[in-house]
Design a protein around this ligand. Structure first.
Ligand code: DSN
Length: 417
């Protein structure tokens, strides 16, 4: 590379990544093949439209790449083209979710329509409802939070976990859904360590007459690896980023059930031309590479190890007095209440805010993110917890014994006053 400044900075980032213990639950390390595809000449190509229906010439090769990517995406999750459609063009998770809402709900965010007769007050039209988990309970911003387009154009109906068990409160969820009748119920979260009961979610969606959308961004690699139940038999729409447990480039996939509602066509139109121009074909090719890797039997082994490592991490931290949200994990993710009311327990654990905890750990080369815990009373910039994930370090070959040592190190650092 001739650009010395950028070359140096990339080199520095490569070194940083090698040096640290990376426990960011949404990160991973991609293969050299994925990097090759990302850095290829495919980045030069404009391909607005879909295979066979492009607005530019010269697309015969990228058409094949996009079709291959779609084929692999369906194959990885055991789906066939008759029942499921997949769009591989969304640039990342947030635009993918936005495309679903735009395609399915339309932009009916007009909440007040003025009347022709000035003496008659404007008619208020309620924006369609998206039922999504609250941010502090483990939900994602794009599941209807007010600060994002998903909460500005549509109305969020929030739901969450049970205060005692910190596990999804399905009864409450059902009651809210039946009362509010949201157009879409979104499940699949960003800081929820437990298995989601897809059967119950489907039952709730049916009772409320809602579309069931699963955002499986965090767990996609675990579903692909067969260590987390698949949402596909139950969902109408499944979105996922490709860079977390799935270990691909930063991108997203949108799977849509094919039926008379024709949601697939509506969502395709929302992606392009609704929200995006030309897809990033280098990214689409890199996703295809990652999907092929995830189809290989050794990916299943990887996914199993991710789960074992997370269980070890949670158990070892609990042994040392740390309160783990929901008392453990079924996934790659461990959420620690580092604050616990600001009081240290008899094992010396507690009384560190999430911000302080993440900063202390970073000084010693352990990278995590501060995170709200359910019913958090502290502010989002300095919440009560930290979120850890095992996907990235498992890619680097770490096993249970390594995670035992990582837990010991985390414990020691956080207990140093
Ligand atoms: N990528 C999400 C995560 O870290 O969980 C945030 O958007």
């Amino acid at each position: 590379m001739k650009d010395i400044q950028i070359k140096k900075l990339i080199g520095a980032e490569q070194k940083r990544q090698k040096k640290v213990i990376n426990l960011i639950a949404s990160e991973n390390y991609v293969s050299d093949d994925v990097l090759d595809a990302l850095g290829s000449e495919l980045t030069n190509k404009y391909a607005e439209g879909y295979p066979g229906k492009r607005y530019y010439g010269g697309n015969e090769i990228v058409d094949k790449i996009e079709e291959l990517c779609k084929e692999r995406a369906l194959k990885l999750f055991g789906l066939n083209m008759t029942d499921w459609h997949v769009n591989v063009q969304a640039l990342s998770g947030s635009p993918a979710n936005l495309a679903v809402y735009l395609g399915v709900l339309g932009a009916t965010h007009v909440k007040s329509v003025p009347s022709a007769d000035k003496s008659v007050p404007p008619t208020t039209i309620a924006a369609p409802k998206i039922m999504g988990m609250s941010l502090d309970q483990g939900g994602h911003l794009t599941h209807g939070q007010k600060v994002t387009a998903s909460g500005k154009f549509w109305t969020q109906v929030p739901y969450g976990v049970d205060k005692t068990t910190e596990v999804l409160d399905y009864d409450q969820l059902r009651e809210t859904a039946v009362r509010e009748k949201p157009a879409i119920i979104v499940c699949g979260y960003t800081a929820y360590p437990r298995i989601i009961d897809w059967v119950r979610m489907r039952e709730v969606a049916d009772a409320a007459g809602s579309i069931l959308m699963v955002d499986m961004s965090h767990i996609a690699g675990l579903v692909a690896g067969g260590v987390y139940p698949s949402p596909f038999p139950f969902a109408d729409i499944v979105t996922t980023t490709t860079h977390k447990t799935l270990r691909g480039p930063r991108a997203a996939l949108i799977f849509v059930k094919r039926d008379t509602r024709e949601l697939d066509k509506k969502i395709d139109k929302a992606v392009f031309p609704g929200l995006q121009g030309g897809p990033h074909m280098n990214q689409v090719a890199a996703v295809a590479v990652a999907l092929r890797e995830a189809i290989q039997p050794k990916f299943k082994k990887y996914a199993r190890q991710v789960i074992k490592n997370a269980a070890t991490l949670a158990n070892e931290l609990m042994k040392r007095g740390w309160r783990i949200i929901s008392n453990g994990t079924d996934s790659h993710l461990v959420l620690i209440d580092t604050w616990q009311g600001g009081v240290k327990n008899s094992l010396g654990a507690g009384a560190v805010s999430g911000k302080d905890a993440s900063e202390k750990l970073e000084k010693d080369g352990i990278i995590v993110n501060k995170n709200a815990i359910p019913f958090d009373t502290r502010p989002p910039f300095d919440p009560s917890g930290i979120r850890l994930g095992t996907a990235a370090e498992t890619t680097r070959g770490k096993k249970e014994r390594d995670f035992k040592k990582i837990a010991e190190k985390i414990d020691k650092i956080l207990k140093e006053a």
